[in-house]
Write a protein that binds this ligand. Structure first.
Ligand code: TYD
Ligand code: MG
Length: 476
């Protein structure tokens, strides 16, 4: 038998070192090396040659390079999950023989999402094996019963539960049952009996994940793996697993907030620009309609001039979420703090960008914010990081500071340069159309794009703004 080799593997960058060191010489991370034992040529033994390639040849013919022009397009078959918001992120559904890793904080709803999707698949006649290493079959059933009322009835026959953490047993049952989809919940507790390391250690994570990848590739079964996320927000054993699988999805959201976002981090079969929106309800995860996420920009009643109608500190901005545009409400609050120690807090927005916008407002917008605490947030649980919301954030801050409002039906669009100039945004027409459909009456747009905006705005008023000062002058 080949001798087992012991090396040390970095949790951060995934590189191996011959001996333990306090600091990884490759990525500089401290205390990140873990003992890792691997039988030599494990990958060769576990996998047939080329098994890790999608569409690999298995006929044993010598492999030759081919001209790009002669390569036949790969027709990727899909197994729709039955949950359109999840299909959207996956690029159409699970791919047979491909491995999807779903990462997220404990309690965010990973098990719920996969069980719901498994139930829908089973309902349509597909067989699903749900291997739970964290919960007993009775616990999974209890959860399934809860989901029952959600309009996604969980019926017995095609959905098979296996309360097992040993991957050899999971693989054996999978080979026997030949399901369309195998769910492994979670990889942190899965183990291989012949590996001398605790579940969740890098050695076990890598070996069990490789086994599941080999299982998927050799059997053509789609595999979904649940992974927990560390305090820092990385998948535990991050790079190790991400390299091995075909698709990585991140399940994000505030546990105190009902909204959940599934985001594609890596996808060998589709785009990573899409997001799926969900809401955690008493009966499982419900797909979110855009209208529930952001309130409509309600036009102020004619003649109202109360501060409430002007809504100082609140501005709407259409933001791009994959191929969709969602209307986000940006709110800001300024309050007197201490000169030199003023607080700046961003929630759902980029903190560094907020600091920059405050500096632009100081220098070019005539605001004195040195002793002002500034809080800015994107409502609805969305994380908005694109620069196209710069103008809306700046206007919300200026409005809060001057106690002047833009009016509830006002939408602002534009990236701010350090000079205070308003720069153009991508997909302006789509954003303007969405904003108008959702009730916007007045649109502040980059001056250079005013023609495009007018063409897309229908009857709504479009005001070109070239500089942040012009926009602030519009606050009433
Ligand atoms: P869970 O899917 O177990 O999270 P994870 O697998 O990511 O750790 O569910 C997380 C939370 O969701 C749990 O605290 C209870 C709540 N929940 C509901 O609010 N409604 C439901 O129908 C279900 C099944 C769970
Ligand atoms: Mg779980």
């Amino acid at each position: 038998m080949a001798k087992t080799r012991t090396t040390f593997l970095c949790r951060e960058c995934g590189n191996t070192q011959p001996k333990w060191m306090g600091k990884c010489p490759d990525c500089g991370a401290w205390d990140a090396l873990e003992r890792f034992s691997e039988a030599p040529a494990l990958a060769d033994a576990a996998l047939p040659p080329g098994a890790l390639d999608v569409g690999a040849r298995t006929d044993g013919a010598p492999r030759r390079a081919v001209a790009l022009a002669d390569v036949k397009p790969l027709d990727v078959p899909r197994v729709p999950t039955g949950i359109p918001e999840l299909d959207r992120v996956l690029g159409g559904g699970f791919v047979p023989g491909a491995v999807v890793l779903i990462g997220g904080d404990p309690g965010i709803g990973k098990s719920t999402l996969l069980l719901q999707s498994a139930a829908r698949l089973a309902d349509r006649g597909g067989r699903v094996l749900y291997a739970s290493s964290e919960e007993s079959a009775a616990q999974v059933k209890m959860r399934a019963d809860r989901l029952d009322g959600a309009g996604g009835p969980v019926r017995g026959g095609n959905l098979l539960l296996l309360a097992e953490a040993n991957v050899a047993v999971i693989a054996e049952e999978t080979r026997r049952l030949k399901p369309q989809l195998l769910v492994v919940d979670s990889i942190q507790l899965a183990y291989r009996g012949d590996v001398d390391a605790v579940p969740g250690s890098v050695t076990q994570l890598r070996r069990t994940c490789l086994d599941l990848v080999a299982l998927a590739k050799t059997s053509g079964i789609a595999v979904a793996i649940v992974g927990h996320v560390t305090k820092e927000g990385d998948l535990a054993g991050p790079k190790l697993l991400e390299h091995l699988v075909d698709v990585v999805l991140a399940f994000e959201g505030d546990r105190h907030h009902a909204y959940r976002v599934v985001r594609g981090m890596k996808n060998r079969f589709g785009s990573t620009a899409e997001v799926g929106l969900f809401e955690m309800t008493g009966a499982g995860l419900a797909e979110v309609e855009e209208a529930t996420l952001a309130p409509d920009a309600v036009p102020a009643a004619p003649g109202t001039s109360t501060a409430a109608a002007r809504r100082p500190g609140s501005v709407f901005a259409p933001v791009q979420c994959g191929t969709r545009v969602l209307l986000a409400e940006i709110q800001a609050l300024t309050a007197t703090g201490f000169l030199g120690a003023a607080k700046r807090r961003a929630s759902g927005l980029d903190a560094a960008r907020l600091a920059m916008l405050i500096a632009v407002l100081e220098k070019h917008g005539g605001l004195r914010l040195g002793d002002q605490d500034v809080y800015a947030s994107a409502l609805g649980g969305l994380r908005v990081t694109e620069p196209a919301v710069d103008l809306a954030v700046a206007l919300a801050i200026a409005g809060a500071f001057h106690e002047r409002g833009a009016g509830a039906a006002t939408v602002a669009l534009g990236e701010l340069a350090l000079s205070g100039d308003v720069r153009t945004v991508r997909q302006l027409d789509q954003r303007v159309q969405t904003a108008v459909r959702r009730g916007a009456r007045l649109l502040l747009v980059p001056a250079a794009q005013v023609a495009v905006a007018r063409a897309a705005a229908g009857g709504a008023e479009v005001v070109p703004v070239a500089h942040v000062r012009d926009a602030i002058d519009h606050l009433a």
